[in-house]
Each structure stands twice: as C-alpha cells, then as structure tokens.
Design a protein around this ligand. Structure first.
Ligand code: NAD
Length: 498
C-alpha cells in the first residue's frame, strides 16, 4: 500500500502525525493509498520553510519566474498520460475528462507566463510640480490554497500558478481524497527549476486547514469547495487579517426557450448534467424549459438519452462517466433521489440500482432525471453533486429568469435560444456570476476571471485572469519629489496637485 506524505522543501517527506486517510480507487472501491494528515506543527514547519525561501524568489526577475512556468508546461505535457491515469484512478472521472482537468489548469499556467507584463505598475510623470507618482505590485509573501476533490489538477494550478509567478511562496492543502496529482505537480515544478520551499504541499484535514487559517505568516488564502466550508474559511481567515477568496457550491440552471434548437440543447444538457458523474461545480443540475410544449418536447428527448448513458470504469474509453468519488458520496446522492421522490417530484429515470458487472464494489450509479420539480423542494434548493438532473417547468421567460436569480447559489447559468434579444436581456439581468448563451458550461478561459455570486463565492476577487494578479500582489504607490520641486515651506492643509 502506497503511503503519501507531504511535499516540503522540494521533496516528499513522511507525515509524523500517525493519522492517515484512505485514498480509494472509486472504480473498484479498493483503498489504494493512505495519505498522511498533518498536525499544526507540520503545517508550521512548511510555513517556516516557505518563509525562508520566498524573499529570494520574490526578488528574482519576473521573466525568470515565467521561464520556470514555461518549463513546467513542457514537463506536464511529457507526463500527461501518466498524470491523467493517476487522476482518473483516484477521482473516478474518465481519462479523457481527466485530461481536460489537467488542460484547464495548464491554461492558467500559460496565462501566468505573461507575468512580466501582468505585474507592470503605473506611472504618472508630473502629477504636480516636480512630482512623479508610480505604483508597483509586490508579492504578499507566503500564501495558501485549500482545494476540493473534484478537480485535483485544475484548481491547484489555478491557485499556485499565478501566486508563484507573482513571487509568492505557496502552501497547497489539496483534498485528502485525491492527493496524488497535486503531489506530482509539485515535483514537476521543482524539476522545472522552482526553488525548494516555493511550492509546499501539506496534506491533511480540518486540523491542517485550521492551522493555515490561524497562521499569522500566511497572508492570503484561496479556497474552493462546498459553501458552508467556504464561508467558514472566509470568516476565520479574515480574523487573522488575511485576504480570502472562497468559492463554494452551485445549482446551475439551463433555461430552454421555446425557439431553442432542441437536439443541440439535449446534447448540451446530457454532457453538462452527467459528465464527471455531475461532480462539477459548473455542472447543469436544473433544466428550465419555458412553456408546456417546450417541456414536453424536452422530456421526450431527454428520457431515452438519460436511460442510454454509458457508465463504466474510469479507464474505459467508451464510458460517458465513471463512479462517484466515495461510497459516502454515492449514498448521499442516492439519498437525495429518495428525498425527491418523497417530496413529490416525478422520477422519470431512476439510476439508483445501477450495478456494473465485474466492478460490484465500485461507487457507481446511473443517471437520474426528475420532472415537475418545484422551488420549495430540497432537491431544488440544495446541491446534490451527482448524476441527477431536475426539470423545473416555467410558464414564461420572466419566471425562468427569476429561478436562477432568486436561488441561493449563483455560480453558472445558461440560456438556450435562437433569439439574440432574449439572450442579451438574460445575460444583463440574471443574478449569477458566469453566463452561457447556448454554451452549457461557461467556464471562462484563463485570461478572463472565474467566480460565482451569492453562496457560490465569498470575497471580492475572482480566480485566474487579471484578478488573480491583483489577489496575489499588494500595491505600493510612491509619490516622489526631487529637490527642484516646490520650495515654499511646510504645508498644513491636505496636499493638492496644484
Ligand atoms: P469540501 O468543502 O468538502 O472540501 C474542500 C476542502 O476543504 C478540502 O481540501 C477539505 O479537506 C477541506 N475541508 C473539508 N471539511 C472541512 C472542515 N470542516 N474544516 C476545514 N476544512 C475542511 O468540498 P469537496 O467535497 O472536496 O468538493 C466539492 C464541492 O466543491 C462542491 O460543493 C462543489 O460545488 C465545490 N466546488 C466549487 C467550485 C467553484 O469554483 N465554485 C469548483 C469546484 C468545486
């Protein structure tokens, strides 16, 4: 059995706590590794190591820092297949989907290669007589990221690539469910030329997280995970004066207008609802057809497609999706389906009893489709995070617009229509952070920013894109006057640039 420790000072080190978590292979249900859970003292040692390494890295010119990132891109390409297989085996998603997980992370590392340009400050010559003003962006020092199980490559890279390119040292606390890929990425950063200590990985659970939150030397924390934990992290990080950006759960709606191309919409809903077994924060979990005729047409086409979904082991190239991440997750999702039935929704396709021959202990379930879901039901209000799509019928556009806008979560939303006016009105008015127009999973590209609203995001700056550089740097503004400037003695009123 493999034991996974921590990655500190440029190498893997053993955990000393004596506490471990099981790392499963969801497709077989077997425990394949044990991951160490760090103590407060181990976290503190990682911070001290990072603190000692950071000043030199922060003073390294940004072009050289970018070159490390460029080399890292090459090394990940070299190891792509190996990383994707490890990711699929620990997470449960299929190998092509695991490759996408790596790719969407790499794109942020590519963005971070532009750091010499991105970190440029501002300059105003002659802001007053003999006075010049300039601003510069400086790294924060030691920063941390706490990441979820569902994108074990992408989200760590979304965090560490910009943070490190900005000159910070980064402590990553990945999910204890699939720590293998984050550990491998840290080793590749060192191979790419990153000085030891600039990327440390501390594996652990709540104890390690609380140690991060309380550590006065950690200046910022980026979190992605479920909303209650996101809110907890945001509040506790603020108590020690840290910057915090904490992204939470989701309930992403797709609005289907009567003029939508129904076949394209069904393809989009099937992929976005059931890909990765619905374990994506941008998965579509609610479909909102507008009008009875649209709803009936949609259900007629959706039912056979959900019934025909191919569930298989993560290594099966023909599988649409694989198992859920743990038995606990599987039971939680099935329980939500039971709740939906009790609440009176119509279970049009029931995947609860699905079994995969030869993989009887794997964490599989089939796709589930609910019709006639209403806004007071728990299966509508809460995040299920599994292969379950709920159809909420809206009478008209105004009701459809109100559903995602009034929902507690506000991560992503999509509208399917051929009407540019409806799409434009929807994009302008909907109270959600990321909008797709005939695009079911509108995850913005790396040079834009990613972030949900309401319970899906706590904090004011988004992930990746220009916001990531703002988040991981502090601005210093210098006002300078040389001796040829004004020589008229002390001024007691607030200085004005005359
Ligand atoms: P989670 O909240 O259980 O765990 C996330 C991280 O927090 C992990 O590193 C975990 O170790 C840590 N953690 C868990 N419980 C904790 C506690 N009590 N105290 C301190 N730390 C704790 O989330 P998950 O199950 O790993 O991931 C799935 C969730 O993440 C879903 O809700 C999904 O929507 C969300 N998610 C959001 C986004 C986004 O960008 N908004 C992206 C991906 C996933």
């Amino acid at each position: 059995m493999r034991t996974i420790g921590h990655f500190i000072g440029g190498k893997e080190v053993e955990g000393k706590s004596g506490r471990f978590a099981d790392v499963f292979e969801p497709m077989t249900g077997e425990v394949k590794a044990k991951v160490a859970l760090a103590t407060r003292a181990e976290l503190r040692a990682a911070v001290e190591n990072a603190r000692a390494a950071q000043p030199e890295w922060g003073a390294t010119n940004p072009q050289r820092r970018a070159r490390v990132m460029m080399k890292f891109l090459d090394l990940v390409q070299r190891d792509y297949d190996k990383l994707a297989e490890l990711l699929a085996r620990e997470h449960g998603k299929t190998i092509p989907d695991a490759k996408g997980d790596i790719q969407r992370g790499l794109e942020v590392a590519e963005f971070a290669c532009g750091i010499p340009h991105l970190m440029k400050g501002e300059y105003t010559e002659g802001a007053g007589p003999g006075i010049d003003i300039y601003s510069m962006r400086q790294p924060l020092g030691v920063v941390a990221g706490i990441t979820p199980f569902n994108f074990p490559a992408m989200i760590p890279m979304w965090k560490f690539a910009p943070a490190i390119a900005c000159g910070n040292a980064f402590i990553l606390k990945p999910s204890e469910r699939d720590p293998g890929v984050p550990m491998a990425l840290a080793a590749l950063m060192i191979e790419a030329g990153l000085p030891p200590g600039i990327l440390n990985v501390v594996n652990g659970d709540k104890e390690a997280v609380d140690a991060i939150l309380d550590d006065a030397d950690i200046r910022a924390v980026g979190f992605v995970g479920s909303s209650p934990i996101a809110q907890y992290i945001y509040e506790r990080a603020a108590a020690t004066g840290k910057r915090a950006q904490c992204f939470g759960g989701a309930k992403n709606h797709a609005i289907i207008m009567p003029d939508a191309d129904i076949d394209q919409t069904v393809d989009a809903l099937i992929g976005a609802g059931f890909g990765s077994a619905g374990e994506r924060c941008m998965a579509i979990s609610v479909a909102v057809p507008v009008g009875k005729a649209t709803a009936d047409r949609l259900m007629e086409k959706l039912i056979p497609r959900v019934e025909a979904l191919k569930i298989g082991p993560s290594t099966d190239p023909s599988a649409d999706f694989g198992p859920l991440v743990t038995r606990e997750a599987l039971e939680r999702v099935k329980n939500y389906v039971d709740i939906g039935v009790k609440e009176g929704a119509t279970l049009a396709v029931d995947g609860r009893n699905f079994k995969l021959q030869g993989y009887e202990n794997g964490f599989y379930m089939g796709g589930c489709l609910f019709d006639n879901v209403t806004r007071d039901m728990r299966i509508y209000k809460e995040e299920i995070f599994g292969p379950v799509l709920s159809v909420v019928r809206a009478h008209d556009y105004a009701e459809a617009l109100a559903l995602p806008s009034d929902h507690d979560y506000g991560n992503g939303v999509a509208i399917f229509t051929r009407d540019g006016d409806a799409a434009r009105d929807f994009a302008a008015k909907v109270n959600v952070g990321m909008v797709g127009i005939n695009v079911p999973i509108p995850v913005p590209i790396a040079y834009y920013t990613f972030g949900g609203w309401k319970k899906s995001g706590f904090g004011d700056l988004n992930q990746h894109g220009p916001d990531s550089v703002r988040f991981y740097t502090k601005t210093k503004t210098v006002t300078s006057r040389w001796p040829s400037g004004v020589k008229e003695g002390a001024e007691f009123s607030i200085p004005l640039m005359k």
